[in-house]
Design a protein around this ligand. Structure first.
Ligand code: NDP
Ligand code: MG
Length: 394
């Protein structure tokens, strides 16, 4: 029986992974080694009982006693804390889903790769902060990384059987997010609720806001660079409001391979779960006559400064991805707390990149985890200072 673990099982991607495993036969079809969650221990315990997981791990040690109570009478072991989450990744598994949100997802993914485990990677922050380290670890241990971000899954699928040298460009599609039709002048006053009204995708709160600001697409541009090793000029972003084309690969003969499907993350999760084969998935089928039109427009960089910043990060590489991600997370926290406006997030990130520039250092071979962690820490401090100043000025 295939052994699987899910990190971030209680989140949006995690729960959809659990759903696919359940539909494929649950504990009768898979041996679930570990499930991890954050604060939602009720859901974690329910999933762990249902799938008869070996261990359930929550992020906060203060929740351990309650998690134990919830698992009482089952065979599921209860654990808690950052260290316990990392150790869960050392438990032998064939396939691991990395779906913790934020920088906290990096270490468990790395640990799984060190065991040669196939890593289904939803946690894009891992690649943005430590892409060269992650890819080098996978190749040193003969491990596969399977993209779960829908765009990168689409690209990965459009590359099957092709020579990467024949790729001319990669075209990332973007929905444009909740605020894409707002006048530019109004964006400064957009609220959290406004930014959460995503037109097509139902996702976690943070990524939905990142979608409206296109910080999500900025992360994905960097992710594309790290996954596929293409040059920055080969990566294009196009707004495609219908979100039916999940991304495209353009080849040197002018052909474009596109991946189409309903906007349902279970496409990408299911492809990674069943890879290299394809299995039936419970996703809606597209009725193209009903769809009738697919539309596209170029992104306006004034509206989406995050896209410009992503290019700077790719040019710099090294630790600039770690700085970018940390600053973005802090800026988002301040926006969510109502301290700074929607458009001020990009200003905080840009000023942070400038503030830590001297500490980014030149690109010298691989990255060390300690350096990534140190840059993450430094950038969070600087971004916090900058965001507080911006809040005072608002
Ligand atoms: P959610 O916020 O829905 O879920 C995040 C998961 O991580 C939850 O299980 C949460 O636990 C857990 N978690 C949060 N903080 C910590 C922490 N400090 N330590 C350990 N666990 C923690 O996020 P999504 O599912 O939306 O996203 C997960 C990842 O996938 C992100 O990197 C995102 O960018 C990426 N992604 C998501 C897509 C989507 O459609 N949602 C699409 C493409 C990529 P709990 O809820 O119990 O607190
Ligand atoms: Mg995506």
């Amino acid at each position: 029986m295939r052994k699987v673990s899910i990190f971030g099982a209680t989140g949006s991607v995690g729960a959809q992974t659990v759903d696919l495993i359940r539909r494929a036969g649950g504990a009768g079809a898979y041996q679930v080694v570990a499930l991890t969650g954050g604060r939602n221990i009720a859901l974690l315990a329910e999933m762990a009982r249902e799938l008869r997981a070996g261990v359930a791990v929550c992020s906060d040690p203060a929740d351990l006693a309650a998690l134990r109570d919830l698992l009482a009478g089952s065979d599921v072991e209860a654990q808690a804390g950052v260290q316990a989450i990392a150790e869960a990744a050392d438990r032998p598994a064939d396939w691991v889903m990395s779906a913790i949100v934020g920088a906290a997802g990096l270490v468990p993914g790395l640990r799984a790769l060190r065991h040669g485990t196939t890593l289904a990677l939803a946690n894009k922050e891992s690649l943005v902060t430590a892409g060269p380290l992650l890819m080098a670890t996978a190749s040193a241990h003969g491990a596969h990384i399977l993209p779960v971000d829908s765009e990168h899954s689409a690209i990965f699928q459009a590359l099957v059987g092709e020579d990467i040298a024949a790729v001319e460009r990669i075209i990332l599609t973007a929905s444009g997010g909740a605020l894409r039709d707002w006048p530019l002048e109004a964006l400064a006053n957009a609220s959290v609720t406004d930014a959460l009204a995503h037109p097509n995708w139902a996702m976690g709160q943070r990524i939905t806001i990142d979608s409206a600001s296109m910080f999500n697409k900025a992360l994905e541009v960097i992710e594309t660079r790290e996954y596929f090793g293409v040059l920055p000029d080969q990566i294009e972003v196009i707004i495609h409001p219908e979100s039916l084309i999940h991304s495209m690969v353009g080849y040197r003969d002018g052909a474009i391979m596109a991946h189409l499907g309903a906007p349902d993350m279970r496409h990408a999760i299911g492809y990674a779960l069943n890879w290299p084969s394809r299995q039936a998935l419970p996703v809606a089928r597209l009725d193209l006559a009903q769809v009738a039109t697919l539309t596209f427009r170029a992104p306006d960089l004034q509206r989406y400064p995050a896209l410009r910043l992503a290019r700077e990060v790719i040019a710099r590489r090294g630790l600039s991805g770690a700085a970018f991600n940390a600053a973005k997370e802090v800026a988002l926290d301040h926006f969510l707390a109502g301290h700074i406006g929607f458009m001020a997030m990009a200003g905080v990130v840009e000023a942070t990149l400038t503030a830590v520039d001297g500490d980014i250092g030149p690109e010298i071979g691989g990255l060390a985890l300690e350096d990534v962690a140190a840059m993450d820490h430094l950038a969070r401090i600087r971004a916090g200072e900058i965001a507080r100043r911006a809040a005072g000025a608002d």
